[in-house]
Design a binder for this molecule. Structure first.
Ligand SMILES: C[S@@+](CC[C@H](N)C(=O)[O-])C[C@H]1O[C@@H](n2cnc3c(N)ncnc32)[C@H](O)[C@@H]1O
Length: 534
């Protein structure tokens, strides 16, 4: 490039195939342009929103000159050019959204593993093929300086105070826009398997730090921080989901949370917390908030994805000053994951969930699959692919509260054994309670990287569902050295999923089955499950 930034320029561009991250790839004057809000084949007028030099820049399709037959009126009034980052594909039919994701998975497999394979992205079992809204049971909403809950602008820390997101299940957002919240806090909203809504306000990072309001000792906070070290980037589905989002909420979100195992967490809010207008000074240091309080645990599985996980923020339209650097963006993400006090505003903060007839009660701010039908869908595939018989041995790595461990345990029976590992202590405690009738499950709080080195007895099957960043070389090297016959690997990021698959193949495993689910409709995120056999 000439050295002159294209930031703010507009030009016509014909869009090519989708790239990983919710955009289509085009070329203009010899440069690659990643264009959001368009579809393959469309001719659009693009506005450059980010240009850091080099061979590519980023743009929004601000005018559609020749529309694709797959285009529909966007189902999301909050995303779109200059808007929020979560509903990347809300302007495409659900079938076209799935085709875009399939193309991205195929391309990642081809490029990273050299596997040529047709991928079909399926609706999550039980979810209508022609729908793309009303599926999300967990959202994490940032609160702006005025106390309004909203969504992160794409690749920005700024908050759009508009809650008309089409992703959440009905009633999830009701009334949240009618009141003010603590500036800088996050709201974690969960609608559980009984239809009960839980609203938890997570204190701003600077006021909710260790030792925060509770006066609880640094020891507890210290434990929470230690537990949290195993956490990957949240993973999934973050509405913000970033991808499983980043919460994508991407900013996707173990820790004892300062609560003892089995602690029901919280105490009720005792009704709604008054808004600021009713005399609650907002801001740092407020410690007299009514309602239950608890320490934070695992970040939400699927926060709204602002795209910030993909590296830094971008200038606001028309601006360019004050753009957070990569380091600032990292610091912001670290703060978001720091030990923060939680206030239960509505519900109990304890979400009841059901999978395959089993009941879990988990922290409403901890990890659970974001799509209302995903846990059941994946656990059915896991149970099928693991191919276990009575007396067999299995591992469930990154187990959360043991959704897959329960299915494996039912297959191996009491003469078998299931070892499960999860770094978030509250999830482990919740798993112990839900699986107490399955004493042949050994669910441990540990980091997989540490645990796996000490377990060398060959299991028959292993399921692993790591955070967005994937399992990585160290874990997969240790896992393949243990030489299980079957490995079921689950990944919510096609790039890290493909990198992990390449490591299995390098270790002598073959990909014998692959399924991909549109577990995050309207977004670019997709969940992939692979069966690897020796
Ligand atoms: C994608 S979730 C899967 C949870 C579970 N399979 C489920 O479906 O509910 C990933 C889980 O890995 C945990 N985790 C993240 N990093 C870890 C690590 N290094 N060791 C163990 N667990 C980890 C997170 O706390 C989270 O519960």
């Amino acid at each position: 490039m000439s050295g002159t930034s294209w930031y703010g320029r507009t030009f016509e561009i014909r869009l090519g195939p989708p790239g990983h991250g919710g955009f289509c790839v085009g070329r203009h004057e010899g440069r690659v342009v990643f264009v959001r809000h368009g579809l393959p084949g469309e001719l659009v007028r693009a506005l450059v929103t980010e240009d850091r030099g080099g061979s590519f820049c980023r743009a929004d399709a601000v005018e559609i000159l020749e529309a694709s037959v797959d285009r529909v009126p966007s189902t999301c009034p909050v995303s779109g050019p200059g808007g929020a980052g979560c509903c990347d594909f809300a302007h495409a039919t659900p079938a076209a959204q799935r085709a875009l994701k399939a193309a991205v998975v195929e391309e990642q497999l081809r490029r990273v593993t050299r596997i040529e394979r047709e991928v079909v992205v399926e609706p999550v079992a039980g979810y209508p093929a022609d729908a793309s809204t009303g599926w999300r049971t967990r959202v994490r909403l940032p609160v702006d300086a005025e106390g309004r809950a909203g969504m992160h602008r794409y690749r920005s820390a700024s908050v759009i105070p508009d809650l008309r997101c089409p992703q959440p299940v009905p009633r999830a957002m009701d009334g949240l826009a009618d009141r003010l919240w603590t500036p800088g806090a996050d709201l974690v909203v969960t609608v559980d398997g009984d239809g009960v809504r839980h609203v938890v306000e997570v204190a701003p990072a600077e006021t909710g730090g260790r030792g925060g309001r509770s006066g609880r000792g640094g020891g507890r906070a210290g434990r929470a921080a230690e537990d949290r070290r195993g956490r990957g980037s949240a993973d999934r589905g973050s509405a913000g989901h970033g991808g499983r989002g980043r919460g994508g909420a991407d900013g996707e979100r173990p820790g004892s949370s300062g609560r003892g195992a089995g602690d029901s967490g919280s105490g009720r809010a005792g009704g709604s917390r008054p808004g600021r207008a009713e005399g609650f000074p907002a801001g740092p240091g407020r410690r007299d908030r009514p309602g239950g309080e608890r320490r934070g645990d695992e970040p939400l599985a699927a926060p709204f994805d602002s795209g910030s996980a993909s590296g830094g923020s971008v200038p606001e339209p028309g601006g360019g000053e004050g753009v957070p650097s990569r380091r600032q963006a990292m610091a912001r993400r670290a703060a978001a994951h720091a030990d923060r006090v939680e206030y239960v505003i509505e519900g109990t903060g304890r979400a009841v969930e059901y999978v395959a007839g089993r009941r879990w009660e988990v922290s409403s701010t901890g990890f659970w699959q974001a799509h209302r039908l995903a846990a059941q869908c994946y656990s059915d595939v896991v149970a099928d692919w693991a191919g276990l018989s009575p007396g067999a041995r299995a591992w469930d790595l990154y187990s959360g509260a043991g959704v897959f461990a329960a299915r494996l345990a039912e297959a191996v029976g009491r003469t078998g054994a299931v070892l499960a590992v999860e770094s978030a202590r509250p999830a482990v405690a919740d798993g112990h309670a839900a699986l107490r009738d399955l004493p042949w499950v050994d669910l441990r709080a540990d980091r997989v990287e540490r645990w796996i080195g000490a377990h060398t007895v060959t299991p028959d099957a292993v399921v692993l569902d790591p955070p967005r960043a994937g399992a990585g070389r160290d874990v997969i090297t240790a896992l393949t050295a243990a030489a299980p016959d079957r490995i079921v690997h689950i990944g919510c990021d096609p790039a890290s999923f493909a990198r992990d698959l390449a490591l299995y193949i390098e270790a002598g495993y073959r990909l014998s089955a692959l399924r991909a689910f549109d577990a995050f409709p309207s977004t670019h995120h997709v969940e992939c499950l692979a069966l690897l056999e020796r």
